[in-house]
Design a binder for this molecule. Sequence first.
Ligand code: PEP
Length: 257
Amino acid sequence: MARIPLMAGNWKMNLNHIEAIALVQKLAYTFKADDFAALEIAVIPPFTDIRSVQTLVDGDKIALKYGAQDVAVADKGAFTGEVSALMLAKLGCTFVIVGHSERRANHGEDDQKVNLKVQAALRHGLTPILCVGEGLDTRQAGEQVAHTLAQLDAALAGVASADVANLVIAYEPIWAIGTGEVATPADAQEVCGAIRARIREVHGSAADQVRVLYGGSMKADNVAALMKEQDIDGGLVGGASLDPDEFVSVCRYRLHP
Ligand code: PEP
């Protein structure tokens, strides 16, 4: 089964809801039907922007998907500051990023918590974009595959194969995030291929359907080479997704020479 490529723009903690509307409007009139036919395109704004993005996307019938950058483990209750999958589903979110390295590093999210967040998202019909990937020390020690597969195994513990098939996994080497240091296509393929092989081992044919993205300084000038690799089905794009022209160009990788 052919996998539909996905480009998801992780805005991180950038753009208020007014700026979000301006960016989505610019994307909406720049992307053409051909773009949305060729791949899935998503924006992942801060929580405070999601309602505005929803109103615009629904009102103007834009084929853009959207999602959130994090989700609570619980569905509701006394969890000050948290936002649940139930709430995100009500806002029409398709995706939720889970286990981004910035959440793991800055908010103490361990593998067990990431697993609970994957399960919370799935309970409410959201597609987790599960982030895994190694730091620089681990890569220098040549342990990138073992490290990333251990994160993957832990995050997917107890998840049914039918759900795994619909997941998105983002391989994001931490040393390449926001640094301008991009993994070579071969480096990215090594780990993305290992992720798919592990999913085949544990979940059989779900491996043919699951989408594996690369993330880490993906830009217009490196996306085409990365997308030629057989196990890379798209990108989780940080900095480059804040510039509409750059993001459109990333999404049009298929037209690059
Ligand atoms: C990210 O944070 O998911 C990311 C890939 O960021 P950047 O593209 O800026 O490296």
